[in-house]
Design a protein around this ligand. Structure first.
Ligand SMILES: NC(=O)c1ccc[n+]([C@@H]2O[C@H](COP(=O)([O-])OP(=O)(O)OC[C@H]3O[C@@H](n4cnc5c(N)ncnc54)[C@H](OP(=O)(O)O)[C@@H]3O)[C@@H](O)[C@H]2O)c1
Length: 229
């Protein structure tokens, strides 16, 4: 794979579930930073329609839409952004395309309707379950779970929260932190993939805070660090 940190514009990014709220916001922001982005969907025509919509917003043709499998095959880095109940099924579908790649998992294990309550899955976190299922040949990194989609879709809007990034492979984690920055946020190395248990569990806490304080996009900010992390 082209290292993201070395060859920024040569790197292509697939966003599986990129027709959705979180994935489409990330796709928009990476395309706006100069990356070629492939949106994946269960229905290629839905992905194409979303790509057209985002391209129109950006005034270019940086994003293409296709099936989840095609997107995963075509990209150097694969981002998974689907509801937890779809997580395993999509991993099964794209597994063959992920060997040797970095996969950034955005998925939060919450079970509707109890979305404001921490749910710890059997494998402890969605990202750990992905790593276990895919094997060590795929470098799974957990990121973006604590950033609300409401902040992503308006590219003029600065995102006032940090992104905790967990992973076992230091190069993959550095690549993910680079992509966090490209999406307009500060990425913080938050340790090994095992720490994704805590990061994923913060999201239902933030969803609770959203409702309690009548806001839409509560996020987290780590204090005590130099400004650039
Ligand atoms: N929304 C947020 O603010 C936010 C913030 C942080 C983290 N997250 C996490 O990021 C992930 C995506 O969130 P989201 O809000 O973008 O979700 P979403 O809009 O509900 O779904 C994302 C995409 O996943 C696909 N999908 C939905 N249900 C599916 C199913 N049963 N089987 C297979 N694919 C399915 C759909 O794509 P196709 O129909 O095109 O296949 C959908 O557009 C979730 O795990 C969420 O917890 C969300």
């Amino acid at each position: 794979m082209e290292r993201v940190t070395q060859e920024i514009m040569l790197v292509t990014i697939a966003v599986l579930g990129g027709t959705g709220k979180e994935g489409s916001g990330l796709a928009l922001r990476w395309a706006n930073s100069g990356y070629r982005v492939f949106i994946g969907s269960r229905a290629p025509e839905r992905a194409q329609a979303k790509a057209e919509e985002l391209n129109a917003q950006l005034g270019g043709t940086y994003i293409a839409g296709m099936s989840n499998l095609e997107a995963a095959k075509n990209a150097d880095v694969v981002v998974l952004s689907v509801p937890y109940e779809a997580h395993r099924a999509i991993l099964e579908e794209v597994r063959e395309a992920l060997g040797g790649k970095v996969m950034i998992d955005v998925t939060v294990p919450i079970i509707p309707p109890h979305v404001r309550q921490v749910f710890v899955p059997d494998g402890h976190s969605a990202s750990l379950e992905a790593q276990e299922f895919l094997g060590e040949d795929t470098k799974v990194v957990a990121a973006f779970q604590n950033v609300s989609a409401v902040h992503l879709k308006d590219i003029e809007h600065p995102v006032d929260c940090d992104v905790l990034v967990c992973g076992n492979d230091m190069d993959a984690k550095a690549d993910a932190i680079h992509l966090v920055k490209a999406a307009g946020m500060r990425g913080i190395d938050a340790g090994p993939l095992a720490n994704s248990v805590a990061v994923e569990a913060l999201t239902p806490v933030l969803l609770y805070i959203n409702r309690e304080y009548q806001v839409k996009g509560a996020g987290i900010r780590i204090t005590g660090l130099p400004v650039d992390g």
